[in-house]
Design a binder for this molecule. Structure first.
Ligand SMILES: Nc1ncnc2c1ncn2[C@@H]1O[C@H](COP(=O)(O)OP(=O)(O)O)[C@@H](O)[C@H]1O
Ligand SMILES: Cc1cn([C@H]2C[C@H](O)[C@@H](COP(=O)(O)OP(=O)(O)O)O2)c(=O)[nH]c1=O
Length: 201
């Protein structure tokens, strides 16, 4: 039986440049045997999530859709790929929920980030490594300026809170988080991420 694969996740606020790097890695020869995936997924539940984030859906309902998409992602792709020894890079994963829904649900729970994290316990698969693309929200929003599929989350004030949540997560799980300064060029970000993943594996 082959050894278990590793789960590496890319996280950060909208416009931090994760998807650009995921796309570059997926065509890099050193990553040809990796599984590349993302959340929200392309499943029908992911489509429902997409509907939620482009409307004024109740925030708890929205969290539960994201979580349902995560459960489907784990059972259909993440667990089988890891068990067959494949390494995975996922553009967003559970920490997106802790950071974003930790913001949307503020006012509804005393510690929304902690509440959302707790509701994943017992069924999620924790990443082996999370690379946090840290960038200031002004830069991130400016980068997103021209893109057509803007979500309701791409606002400086909101993303400032999401960034704080990510930094809290990184501090609380420092053994599995690496923070990069994603304000650099795409080439520099790519080189740094390749270095991090190569030394991790
Ligand atoms: N390091 C960078 N410097 C300048 N622009 C960038 C950089 N990384 C990504 N971009 C641009 O910013 C926008 C958002 O990037 P994207 O990778 O989709 O971010 P994310 O997936 O984190 O939301 C895209 O138009 C992309 O071309
Ligand atoms: C996975 C996930 C994403 N999100 C947010 C982050 C994004 O604003 C949006 C996903 O849209 P997407 O177009 O995938 O954004 P990006 O290119 O920045 O990754 O949903 C959550 O709020 N919770 C989650 O659990």
């Amino acid at each position: 039986m082959s050894a278990k694969g590793k789960l590496i996740t890319l996280e950060g606020i909208d416009g931090s440049g994760k998807s650009t790097i995921a796309r570059r890695l997926s065509s890099h020869p050193g990553f040809s045997d990796f599984v590349f995936t993302r959340e929200p997924t392309g499943s029908w539940i992911g489509e429902a999530v997409d509907h939620a984030i482009h409307s004024d859906t109740d925030h708890l309902a929205e969290l539960l859709l994201f979580a349902a998409d995560h459960a489907e992602h784990i059972s259909k792709l993440i667990r089988p790929s890891l068990e067959s020894g494949r390494n995975i890079v996922s553009d967003r994963y559970s920490a997106s929920r802790y950071a974003y829904q930790g913001m949307t649900l503020s006012g509804r729970f005393d510690d929304p980030l902690g509440w959302v994290r707790d509701m994943h316990r017992g069924w999620t698969i924790e990443p082996d490594l999370t690379i946090l693309f840290d960038v200031d929200p002004e830069t991130a929003v400016a980068r997103c300026g021209s893109r057509g599929d803007k979500t309701k989350f791409e606002k400086i004030g909101f993303l400032t809170g999401v960034r704080e949540n990510y930094l809290r997560l990184a501090e609380e799980s420092s053994e599995s988080f690496i923070i990069i300064n994603a304000g650099k060029s795409m080439d520099d970000n790519e080189a740094e991420v390749i270095d991090i993943i190569s030394s991790f594996l």
